[in-house]
Design a binder for this molecule. Structure first.
Ligand code: NAI
Length: 332
């Protein structure tokens, strides 16, 4: 039986985790979950939000399904997510964004995959207070990290029958840092003649995305622009409740929804488990359970088509009702 680390998180984390585990079981996939807690609640008992045991578990299983965790503001703890990505060298953040059935959005047929470099740029955390009126953050871009994320994006495009990779930078202003990222992407693009390669500046990209998102296929971005643009893309397909994500490295992968712990609706059975479920479907593909993933996706789509939706999608179903309907469609 395949072992997978399950990080339950906090806020709505435990509710959506329970829903997804139930659905996977109903689909007939037997997983030996190594359940790990992390986040705000863990600080009280273990002193840190991401204890070493969580990292060790992922190192042991190789793959994790993670629900959101709260990062307390101003308490001196590094974000659990940033820490996990760093400790496990999860250098690629992958966010497929496509329309789901019966989820009304401004545009139809959006099908964009955002590939975000996950380890450096302004997220390297190199900041200093120069004097009381000046602060400084350093943007790090290296050839090694830029080449490997570009290779990831082009490999992904080939394996998933995508036609184009569009690289998004601000290389006209950040001439050295974004310039290096762009140079590396161009070098890698030259090795993939079957994939079209396009360059765009990030400001123009944002405008084009909200005017005509259907022109984009795979987007490749450094960390900060990737963070912002991937949320923009989540908005295009109906919001955080349905936006899936994955952090992938050479040896390990962590699949997680894009959204946070939603403390405003925690414990009320209101959360939409779709983003967590879509992330779990990608996790199932990753561990070789593609067929089960497809089966679950079909049941999810049937549920949405039957107009069973949670409040964030203007529906009236609770998280439990939504989950049970998916399970009913699974056995249909
Ligand atoms: P959030 O994503 O938790 O919530 C933003 C809004 O979207 C809220 O109104 C919330 O109710 C709604 N929402 C989010 N997910 C939903 C779902 N599945 N179903 C229905 N509604 C949903 O963002 P916020 O409030 O900025 O962050 C809350 C906490 O989450 C913070 O402590 C933050 O650090 C943490 N966070 C954790 C992430 C992770 O673990 N990957 C990612 C983003 C934030």
């Amino acid at each position: 039986m395949k072992q997978v680390t399950l990080i339950r998180g906090d806020g709505i984390g435990p509710e959506i985790t329970e829903a997804v585990v139930k659905i996977i079981k109903a689909a007939g996939v037997e997983i030996d979950w190594d359940i790990q807690t992390a986040g705000a609640d863990v600080i009280e008992t273990e002193g840190v939000p991401l204890p070493e045991r969580v990292i060790n578990s992922v190192k042991n299983t190789g793959v994790a399904l993670k629900s959101p965790v709260t990062t307390p503001i101003g308490k001196g703890f590094r974000s659990v997510n940033v820490q996990l990505r760093k400790d496990l060298d999860l250098y690629a953040n992958l966010r497929p964004c496509y329309n789901l059935p019966n989820v009304k959005t401004r545009f139809d047929n959006v099908d964009i995959v955002v590939v975000r470099e996950n380890t450096e740029d302004l997220y390297a955390g190199i900041e200093r207070q120069v004097d009381k009126d000046t602060a400084e953050s350093i943007k790090i871009i290296t050839r090694k990290a830029s080449l490997r994320i570009a290779e990831f994006a082009f490999d992904y495009a080939v394996k998933n029958n995508r036609k184009e990779v569009c690289i998004v930078t601000k290389a006209n202003i950040c001439k050295l840092s974004d310039g290096l990222f762009l140079e590396c992407a161009r070098d890698v693009a030259a090795k993939y003649p079957s994939i079209n390669f396009r360059e765009i500046l990030v400001d123009n990209c944002c405008m084009q995305l909200v005017q005509n998102p259907n022109q984009f296929d795979v987007l490749l971005l450094p960390n900060l622009y990737g963070d912002i643009v991937s949320d923009l893309c989540a908005g295009l397909i109906g919001g955080l409740g349905i936006a899936q994500g994955a952090n992938i490295g050479k040896n390990y992968a962590v699949f997680e929804p894009v959204h946070g712990s939603a403390p405003d609706i925690a414990g009320q059975d209101k959360a939409n488990p779709t983003a967590m479920l879509m992330s779990a479907i990608e996790m199932l593909n990753y561990i070789g359970e593609k067929e089960a993933g497809e089966k679950i996706k079909k049941a999810l789509f049937k549920t949405l088509e039957a107009d069973i939706k949670t409040a964030d999608l203007k529906g009236t179903a609770t998280c439990s009702e939504f989950t049970n309907t998916i399970i009913d469609f699974l056995v249909d």
